[in-house]
Design a protein around this ligand. Sequence first.
Ligand code: ACO
Length: 371
Amino acid sequence: MAELDNWSSNASDAIVISVVSPTAEGAITTVSKFHPKFTYSIFGDEERIFGYQKLHINLRYNANDMRPHLGIQYKKKFQAVGETEPDDIKKILKEFLPEVAFQKASEFEAAIKAVPESWTPPGEKVASFPSTKDDSTMEMWKANLADPAVKQLVSRIQILVSFFIEGGTFLDVDEDDANRWTIYFLYCRKSDPKTSKQIYEFAGYCTLYSFYMLQLPTPPASPAQDGSGRTAAKDDLDLGDGNYDLSQLPCRSRISQFLITPQYQGQGNGSRLYGELYKQYLNHPQTIELTVEDPNEAFDDMRDVCDLTYLRTRPDFQKLRINSDIRLPKNGLVPKNILDPSLYDNIRRAAKIAPRQFARVVEMHLMSRLA
Ligand code: ACO
């Protein structure tokens, strides 16, 4: 047993993600390097890879179009004994990486050198802001998953969700409803000190979809006819002569995946990306609420600060005060009218923040004022 342990490697240590870029001299330079945080969804709960000694898995990404290349090196490979055989790393990773990642290194290098200088991220540029780290500029590009260039980019970077978001799920880039997905890409644009050539480096992305809140005049939502007792949903409803323009219906817009790559974390980039996209949905007439699917603690912390910062810029929010005339009942429950209920509700609706999140941020605001 102990002997077999010599053939087992910690997957997160063995995998190195390197962001690379071709130089003017025709070489390939490494821009940044980092290890994954999680590998359990790929290599199992133990996060180990069996069958190799001195295993080194280099997942290279071209900095701009995120073309991947997988390189596997090791000193020794375990000779199969009965059913005990080395893990087939390529086969395992084929489920998580597109075919292009498995090409020869020479093909990868030739392809990334051939990317034109005029390359820009897919979609349209919707915002930009200066980097807090150096004199580069962060750019936010908005795109739709139905665009083949976006599908290609998302399929290349999705493995990062498994590597950095606990419980994160893959997006089906080939789903029929691909156009319901909006993707915001965050890129860092800098100029090469030697050539002044503009270089784009991928820094993160966010996926988001909208679902409609049907408020049809007739008929009202009614229990389904199949005896299940459930309420009729969008798919059950007869849209009659089809005269409804879905893009005009009120909807909830939901952030699904949100990721900043490690070399760009902790510099305010996540907050800016969230803040800019929040602004976009605040100005999107059909969006009633901007919500988040399964946020983790790090995301919640970031969002709380962003939401509070925004709300404090609103004059109506500044007016929100604890009604000190109210007597607290003996049952210990906080009465609903401790804050002006209609002001509270109007701000929440105008800010398009979901009830629980809004209550949390208001509490943070009031507590900080009391402190
Ligand atoms: N210099 C230094 N620190 C800064 C600066 C700056 N200029 N600006 C902000 N910070 C601090 C913030 O105050 C904050 O500090 P805190 O952690 O003590 O509160 C911290 O940096 C993080 O804020 P940002 O830099 O704005 O956030 P970041 O760019 O790191 O993004 C995120 C946060 C999205 C959680 C990122 O770390 C990440 O992608 N992690 C891995 C994936 C992940 O967990 N994604 C969310 C999953 S949930 C979902 O997908 C819905």
